[in-house]
Design a binder for this molecule. Structure first.
Ligand code: GLN
Length: 457
């Protein structure tokens, strides 16, 4: 439980340096087979000792002594931000991303840089140029992606909290497969300054943790406006971790559209059964809501991502940040660059990009309408269970389909989180909860209630 760890650190019963050292030991022993990390922060213990001094003087911040794993597409000064790509293999960040300066200013410790799908393009953790990550919670299966190392590091007990990024599901999908908590904040809730972007109009940074409290604590620290990300919104940041989850009499939505699209019916049944349990224990109403356009999500998402990714990668031309991307990247990244270039051509503009934008708007309207009828929506995280590590799925469409239920939150800008509610065939399955944009307070309270309820069964 992260709450008790915070208390131990604060009271001095657990030294920050001991906390960090214990993780480093565990990583050294266990990460050879899991491959959650690409780099460890050699200065982590020194940083922790400095935090211990502050703790003794009673002037340490809210994250004092907690160890963070950071996805390798987020700049941490002095560490490599490789995006798990040969292209940026030798790129050392010269500055801290906004979220990192927030974590450091609250005395969190960066323990290392996590493995990921190359440039955050993927759902399995298998496309890292430095080798795949394994799933500690379901041996033999993929951990999910693209924040594969972040989720696996949390599940393996290699850190207290991890940061991931979520453009179409990359926090929630691996959180589900690894049995941990993951939150994709509303679009604009967290500044992306210092995130190496996949798709600027969709990306969000968010936390992964073994419990809701820890994810909420990290979220409240990294949220807020920065003047370097014009999209980040100047809205008050409630103390998400301090909220007393008193969830009752909510209107919970279930969507027959998700049921229809859920390839593995067992996943949907688990979610629907849990929703019924939630409803009776909290006195909440259950209602069907129509999200009739969610089946357009995957088709709308990829043209947008291809085009924005193509444009974003033009700076990796070899002059400043290492190698020319087209000459050094893997297959999926190249597919998106070439595809994005095609779609960007003037004659294709109206054919794909504008249509995708229109579909994005329709899906956002769908959610706005649904949230007039219900407070939150419960859904599966993925329509299928993860495949076996090394199964080598060649058809990109099969991989893209994993995100059919997570992409809608990115397209509509709402917030969404995942919490484990069971296992099927031995593999963890996460419930996905959607809440309206900037209602992370409600989202966190509902996730905490679900966590408690699952613990009580
Ligand atoms: N799997 C999706 C993709 O490949 C989402 C990735 C992400 O959220 N970073 O684009």
């Amino acid at each position: 439980m992260l709450k008790s760890k915070v208390r131990l650190l604060r009271s001095g019963e657990l030294a920050a340096a001991d906390n960090v050292n214990a993780f480093i030991d565990k990583i050294r022993k266990g990460d050879k087979s899991l491959h959650c990390f690409l780099d460890l922060n050699e200065g982590a213990v020194r940083d922790a000792e400095a935090v211990d001094a502050k703790l003794r003087e009673g002037r340490a911040g809210r994250l004092a002594g907690l160890a963070f794993a950071v996805k390798s597409n987020i700049n941490v000064r002095g560490l490599r931000a490789t995006c798990a790509s040969r292209t940026l293999e030798d790129y050392y960040a010269s500055f801290d991303a906004y979220v990192i300066s927030r974590i450091k200013s609250e005395d969190g410790i960066i323990i290392g840089m996590a493995n990921m799908d190359e440039f955050a393009c993927g759902v399995s953790g298998e496309s890292s140029a430095f080798g795949p990550t394994a799933n500690p919670a379901a041996p033999g299966f993929i951990p999910g992606g693209s924040s594969s190392g972040s989720a696996a590091a949390v599940a393996a007990g290699f850190c207290d909290v991890a940061l991931g990024s979520d453009t179409g599901g990359s926090i929630r999908n691996p959180a589900s497969h690894c049995g941990v908590v993951g939150i994709k904040p509303s679009y604009g809730r967290v500044s992306r300054f210092g995130l190496i972007d996949l798709s600027m109009s969709l990306d969000q940074i968010g936390p992964l943790c073994s419990d809701v409290f820890g994810a909420a604590l990290a979220l409240e620290v990294i949220s807020g406006q920065s003047r370097y990300d014009g999209v980040s919104v100047d809205a008050a940041v409630p103390s998400y971790s301090g909220l007393q989850p008193s969830v009752s009499k909510l209107r919970v939505g279930l969507s027959p559209d998700f049921e229809r699209l859920c390839t593995d019916g067992r996943i949907y049944r688990l979610v629907a059964d849990f929703a019924r349990m939630f409803s009776s224990s909290t006195g909440s109403g259950l209602a069907d809501v129509s999200l009739g356009y969610v089946d357009l999500a995957v088709q709308a998402y990829y043209p947008l991502v291809y085009v924005e990714f193509f444009s974003g990668t033009r700076r990796f031309d070899g002059t400043k940040y290492g190698r020319r991307i087209e000459e050094s990247c893997g297959e999926e990244v190249l597919r998106r660059i070439l595809g994005g270039r095609e779609i960007s051509k003037a004659e294709y503009h109206g054919a794909y990009y504008r249509k995708a934008l229109a579909a994005k708007g329709i899906i956002a309207d769908d959610f706005r309408r649904a949230f007039r009828e219900v407070d939150v929506i419960f859904a599966p995280t993925t329509p299928v269970l993860p495949h076996r590590l090394g199964a080598r799925i060649a058809d990109p469409k099969v991989l893209y389909a994993y995100d059919a239920f997570t992409i809608p939150a990115n397209l509509s800008g709402v917030c969404a989180g995942v919490v484990n509610i069971g296992r099927i065939d031995g593999v963890p399955v996460g419930l996905q909860v959607f809440a309206p944009a900037f209602r992370e307070d409600l989202l966190v309270a509902v996730l905490a209630e679900c966590e408690a309820l699952y613990g009580k069964r």
